[in-house]
Design a protein around this ligand. Structure first.
Ligand SMILES: Nc1ncnc2c1ncn2[C@@H]1O[C@H](COP(=O)(O)OP(=O)(O)O)[C@@H](O)[C@H]1O
Ligand SMILES: [Mg+2]
Length: 298
């Protein structure tokens, strides 16, 4: 496939509408492309941010994995994080609901605000935070319990239902929103780990939705799924974006192009560029973004 065909398929448009990219960067020249620390090109900020993240740095011991990143995530947007393996996408994503807390050597600096509340305030209730900011992982990880109990798990812990009928309603609604109700309604007592991978991932989405989160973080949610299951999860992301703010890490540029409003390109712990997804894939502002999306490294 030519470069333009790749981009055309990535943004789902015809080739003729694509703005041609510049000539490929010569081998060896890439290392000399400059990333100015703390300077992200494009549109990293938003008018009505759900998350306001400023000068974020993350260290694993002495190693600085995230280097002075500032970014807003807008309310009800779907934003994709892309970039080569090891560039810090998962690390940065995990800061948003303090999933890094369990890593002893991990330290976070900077200001991370969710609706003007400091996520890292010493008195912050992390359990409550994770109910507001749910997470779906790369590998579907249902509990070895029934389908019903997987979805009911969070609502039970958070005391969201007083009566069995309320809990039944939450389970049904969550499974419906996750596009799984028709497949699951006659086998709610069946063990969840017996489902197909795609069904398990939608169950994990239902489990995340069940506690009425405001934000859903997804770390490569489709990388263990086949193309049909992937398409179903992508449809779901589009539907869910009406009610939730969604942050998705993906190694698939086609996926980023299909599901997200904005795309953020990471490189070696820097946030190089953030822009409307279409712009990132058709006329990136930074040479490194261009180099990545045209497949010259990654
Ligand atoms: N638990 C950890 N302990 C030490 N280093 C880590 C840990 N997790 C990630 N890293 C390092 O942080 C950097 C960013 O990793 P990661 O966030 O997983 O990147 P990505 O998700 O973009 O592939 C890498 O250099 C990786 O080796
Ligand atoms: Mg990762």
């Amino acid at each position: 496939m030519s470069v333009n065909e790749t981009i055309a398929s990535a943004v789902g448009t015809q080739e003729e509408t694509i703005i041609p990219v510049k000539d490929p960067i010569e081998e060896g020249k890439r290392e000399s492309i400059h990333v100015e620390e703390g300077k992200t090109v494009g549109k990293p900020f938003a008018d009505d941010p759900k998350f306001k993240l400023r000068n974020v740095e993350v260290f694993y011991g002495q190693d600085r994995a995230i280097k002075d990143i500032s970014l807003d995530i807008a309310r009800n947007e779907v934003i994709s994080f892309i970039g080569p393996s090891g560039c810090g996408k998962s690390t940065f994503l995990r800061c948003l609901n303090r999933m890094n807390d369990s890593i002893d050597i991990c330290r976070i600096k900077g200001q991370l605000m969710l609706d003007d509340e400091d996520i890292y305030h010493s008195k912050k209730d992390v359990v409550e935070l994770r109910a507001r900011v749910g997470m779906v992982f790369q590998k579907p990880n249902p509990f070895p319990k029934s389908i019903y109990d997987n979805v009911a798990y969070g609502p039970r812990i958070h005391g969201l239902a007083n009566r069995k009928s309320d809990l039944d309603d939450i389970v049904e609604n969550s499974l419906r929103k996750a596009g799984l109700w028709d497949e699951a309604k006659d086998r709610l007592d069946a063990i969840a780990t017996g489902m197909s991978g795609g069904q398990q991932q939608r169950l994990c989405i239902a489990r995340a939705i069940a506690v009425s989160p405001e934000v859903i973080l997804m770390d490569e949610p489709c990388s263990a799924l086949d193309p049909i299951a992937t398409a179903r999860v992508e449809e779901l992301i589009a539907e869910m974006s009406e009610s939730y703010t969604i942050v998705i890490v993906t190694h698939s540029m086609q996926q980023a192009a299909r599901v997200s409003h904005r795309t953020a390109y990471f490189h070696l712990g820097h946030l190089v560029e953030v822009n409307e997804t279409n712009k990132v894939f058709t006329s990136p502002e930074h040479e490194l973004t261009e180099s990545y999306i045209t497949g010259r490294f990654g």
